[in-house]
Ligand binder design. Structure first.
Ligand SMILES: Nc1ncnc2c1ncn2[C@@H]1O[C@H](COP(=O)(O)OP(=O)(O)OP(=O)(O)O)[C@@H](O)[C@H]1O
Ligand SMILES: [Mg+2]
Length: 421
């Protein structure tokens, strides 16, 4: 019987598992699931178990968006304020939620290998959150717990961009100093290292790692910025209400912050906020757009609206204009977005990535001339403004790309040397 190792990339948007056959020294299968969890309000298909991945979307739509739909759960790993959430009478902490996704992947992989494989190299971003050691170690502890709960007992962790680098190493012919940038849903991670196809699979790679760093900005940040600028006006961001007789004020911005990020949206079920929204609605004389905010919250439409936002983003990775459209329950959005508009929306996020990268190169004394090539991966590397950023910063470098969604997991599966160190 073969021996296996799983390369496990738990991502903000997508989670991927590569099955590595240690005897054949090859990846034999790759499984990818969207990092989504859906708890139906009622028993679904006769079971109280949550639904994971692609099926979570169809189940949520089938159940008319009732119940709890959780996206980007990786983001709560580093939040000390998140301790647990109660769903259908049960308590779930961050590790419990993450373990649901990891278990799903392991179950699928074990069905292929025919064994209960407990050995895994698990990826982690260089920083889970801002450069904050306490939050980072909280996230690492929670992820380790989730990995153990999912049934892995022989585990090593590897920085995600190093995983991506090892996947790229399998495609090159000569030694290179490479800057790897992995732009995912939650984070943008960098690593600068020396790659050598002759060294692929060798046991000591310590001296090849030159520098790693990262910033808490990714595709979710772009979507949040888009929701803030282009989406919230449709949900009444500019609504005026009568605070005292004759005195008109704008409704608080904080209401709209709640619908722009997933960590807030996932756990946005406060009765108090809901009641205050009702009052603003009343004192705005039932503003039609503000009513959309109530509809969004009451009918759990966040995922669907964000799906439209993502569709626009993906459309603009290929075309110069793309519509932003959403039509449901009285919410009517149909607006043409140009690439220029989009670039403006994400300008601040791009500027943060840019200045982080400058700082990274400076901290580690990396001269642009030293970089032989650039490897860009992760779904958000397809955003035009991201590509322009790298082309402008490194005009003389060849930019390589791989499979944006599975490179990291592949490289983790090639990181078995970590068990021999
Ligand atoms: N064609 C595209 N153009 C622009 N963005 C895209 C495209 N396809 C996917 N994305 C975005 O890429 C992100 C997902 O990328 P990826 O799967 O690499 O992230 P992840 O590994 O789950 O996240 P992280 O590594 O940050 O935890 C999402 O924000 C998604 O909207
Ligand atoms: Mg990733």
């Amino acid at each position: 019987m073969s021996n296996f190792l799983y390369g496990l990339d738990f991502g903000t948007t997508n989670s991927v598992l590569c099955i590595y056959d240690e005897d054949k020294e090859a990846i034999i299968e790759t499984i990818r699931v969207p990092s989504l969890i859906y708890f139906p309000a009622h028993s679904f298909s006769g079971s109280d178990d949550p639904v994971i991945g692609e099926k979570a979307i169809s189940a949520y739509l089938e159940e008319e968006m009732q119940g709890r739909f959780i996206k980007s759960v990786k983001q709560i790993l580093s939040r000390p304020s998140f301790t647990e959430t109660r769903i259908n009478g049960r308590r779930y902490n961050a590790s419990d939620l993450v373990a649901l996704i990891l278990k799903d992947l392991k179950r699928k992989a074990d069905a292929i290998t025919g064994v209960d494989c407990r050995k895994a190299v698990v990826g982690r971003p260089v920083f889970f959150d801002d450069d904050n050691a306490a939050k980072d170690s909280l996230a690492q502890t929670r992820l380790s717990k989730a990995v153990a709960m999912a049934g892995f007992s022989d585990v090593r962790f590897q920085f995600e961009p190093i995983g991506a680098a090892f996947a790229y190493e399998r495609t090159i012919k000569k030694r290179e100093k490479v800057l790897v940038a992995d732009l995912g849903g939650g984070t943008t991670d960098f690593t600068f290292l020396e790659l050598d196809p002759k060294k692929a699979g060798s046991t000591d790679r310590r001296n090849d790692m030159i520098a790693s760093g990262g910033i808490y900005i990714g595709g979710d940040s772009f979507d949040s910025s888009f929701m803030w600028t282009k989406g919230t006006p449709y949900f009444g961001k500019d609504t005026l209400y009568e605070a005292t007789p004759g005195k008109l004020l704008k409704v608080p911005m904080s209401l709209f912050e709640n619908i722009c990020t997933w960590d807030k949206m996932n756990f946005f079920n406060s009765l108090k906020i809901r009641r205050s929204m009702e009052e603003y609605y009343h004192y705005s004389k039932n503003d039609r757009k503000f009513r959309n905010l109530l509809t969004l919250v009451d009918h759990n439409l966040g995922y669907a609206v964000f799906k439209s936002i993502e569709k626009t983003k993906i459309g603009l990775s290929e075309a110069d204009t793309f519509p932003f459209q959403y039509s449901n329950m009285g919410i009517e959005i149909d607006e043409k977005i140009t690439l220029d508009d989009y670039n403006k929306v994400v300008q601040k996020d791009i500027a943060k990535i840019s200045s982080y990268l400058d700082q990274f190169l400076k901290t580690y004394n990396i001269a642009t001339a030293e970089i032989d090539s650039l490897f860009l991966t992760g779904g958000s590397s397809m955003v035009k403004a991201v590509q322009t950023l790298f082309q402008t910063k490194f005009p003389d470098c060849t930019i390589h790309t791989g499979d944006n969604f599975i490179s990291v997991a592949e490289g983790l599966a090639y990181s078995g040397y970590l068990f021999k160190e």
